[in-house]
Ligand binder design. Structure first.
Ligand SMILES: *[C@@H]1O[C@H](CO)[C@@H](O)[C@H](O)[C@H]1NC(C)=O
Ligand SMILES: *[C@@H]1O[C@H](CO)[C@@H](O)[C@H](O)[C@H]1NC(C)=O
Ligand SMILES: *[C@@H]1O[C@H](CO)[C@@H](O)[C@H](O)[C@H]1NC(C)=O
Length: 442
């Protein structure tokens, strides 16, 4: 099948209806506490790293002051272990009084004052996974109203301690209850992860109608093994999962662990590249106070982010698994552009992989390729031009590929893909550019 046909089919089959709250037309971005800070509630001995309002305020400061917000990372998401063990006298959830003395509404205001959004965590069931009060079916309306009254912008609803029948009822009910509050609240459903992630136990048509994103699979851990396991699961099941994503409705392979302890620099680039191909939420879980400059450069790579945030919102696919243990991934993008990722699963030395765009089913024509992690541009490519990429072990080469315009304009006139403009702006303005630059404005 030629690439244009594939794009056409992808567009046709990609799901049309999404949850009608107007939110998350591109994958959400931000920071979440779980993978890095877990359920550390020991504020007495570990005050900087315990789940408390200070941690979330600190991360909000970093997002607002270190260039993250401008790149699109605008959510601060509280995960489990924020609440008191007891509901209040009216049956409402309340934060732990020692660790969140100011309350959640005040924390939300702190974020909103900085142009950020607040996410919170709940669990459909008798208890959260960490043993805190859960949201049983009879508490759904109360909890939705409590979150809305605090000014919360996003809810992750986990699924520990509930059965299939309760989930079948509860996840759609929470969607209705959030809508009924009148406050637009992004909604992440962990439901499929509790049902094996695949049909017939999981109905992705329904999920797309009631949730903005959903965790399909296991929690990420701080290791390359975990990143590989998640990557394999998502792409092994791409025939099922890929068509379900689209604006307002996203598969969620879980948090970015870049900047922690488990990934090398090459592996960090690989996670960023694969999550961009997957149109995955870019939700970091790391310590923004002590991030290395390498980790920051990867997470703030404007081209990788622009690929992730492509307005067409089509999730990418794995094209090839070579016997050499090189894999090729591809995502169609707006303005006839596309992204390619060459991933090495080898453990020996940089591998020189030879191919051509025609071998990857690109149609005849002239192309240019921008190398996302080196910033070099390769011009004068035709579909049949043979080229070689050198891919480090457990690393990637990532390309943004766009058709070369035939017009002999000396100046960019807006017909160039918008992403190309972004690189130029990002290098001159040091990443302080608007998140999406429509070509008509350039
Ligand atoms: C290219 O298209 C052919 C024919 O549809 C298909 O068999 C092949 O797998 C495709 N190659 C890639 C790399 O997608
Ligand atoms: C609630 O749903 C209706 C109908 O789908 C939609 O028009 C409206 O924007 C939604 N409101 C919120 C706050 O999500
Ligand atoms: C999945 O959900 C959709 C939308 O609610 C519904 O129309 C369809 O019948 C469901 N499919 C199955 C197999 O239950």
């Amino acid at each position: 099948m030629k690439l244009l046909t594939v794009i056409f089919l992808l567009a046709l089959t990609s799901a049309t209806s999404a949850l009608d709250n107007g939110l998350m037309r591109t994958p959400p971005m931000g920071w979440m506490s779980w993978e890095r800070f877990r359920c550390n509630i020991d504020c007495e001995n570990d005050p900087k790293n315990c789940i408390s309002e200070n941690l979330f305020r600190d991360m909000a400061d970093r997002l607002a002051e270190d260039g993250w917000k401008e790149m699109g990372y605008d959510h601060v998401m509280i995960d489990d272990c924020w609440s008191s063990m007891l509901r209040d006298k009216d049956g409402r959830l309340q934060p732990d009084p020692q660790r969140f003395p100011g309350g959640i509404a005040k924390l939300a205001r702190y974020l909103h004052d900085r142009g950020l959004k607040l996410g919170i965590y709940g669990d459909l069931g008798t208890h959260t996974c960490g043993g805190y009060p859960g949201t049983t079916l009879d508490k759904i309306d109360t909890d939705a109203q409590t979150f809305a009254s605090w000014g919360v912008d996003f809810l992750k609803l986990d699924g520990c301690y509930s059965n299939e029948e309760e989930q079948q009822k509860g996840y759609p009910l929470m969607s209705k209850a959030l809508n009924a509050t009148g406050r637009p609240i992004g909604y992440s459903c962990s439901w499929p992860a509790y049902r094996g992630g695949l049909p017939p136990s999981v109905n992705y048509t329904l999920l797309g109608e009631i949730c903005n994103l959903w965790r399909n699979y296991d929690d990420i851990q701080d290791s390359w093994d975990s990143v590989q396991d998640i990557t394999d699961w998502f792409f092994d099941n791409q025939e099922i999962l890929q068509p379900e994503a689209g604006p307002g409705r996203w598969n969620d392979p879980d948090m970015l662990i870049i900047g922690n302890f488990g990934l090398s620099v090459d592996q960090s680039r690989s996670q960023m590249a694969l999550w961009a191909i997957m149109a995955a939420p870019l939700i970091m879980s790391n310590n923004l106070r002590t991030l290395s400059s390498e980790a920051r450069a990867i997470l703030q790579n404007g081209a990788a982010i622009a690929i992730n945030q492509d307005p067409m919102g089509v999730q990418g696919r794995r094209l090839l698994q070579e016997r050499s243990h090189i894999e090729v991934y591809w995502r169609p993008l707006s303005q006839s552009a596309s992204a390619l990722v060459f991933l090495s699963r080898r453990q020996d030395m940089p591998y020189r992989y030879h191919t051509s765009l025609a071998k990857l089913n690109y149609t005849a024509g002239s192309y240019e390729a921008y190398d996302v992690f080196t910033g070099k541009t390769l011009s004068g490519l035709s579909a049949t031009t043979e080229f070689t990429v050198s891919i480090n072990p457990s690393g990637v080469v990532m390309w943004y590929v766009y058709p070369k315009m035939h017009h002999e304009h000396t100046q960019d006139d807006g017909r160039y893909p918008y992403i190309r403009q972004k690189y130029r702006m990002s290098s001159s303005l040091r990443f302080h550019m608007p998140r999406v630059v429509p070509p008509s404005l350039l």
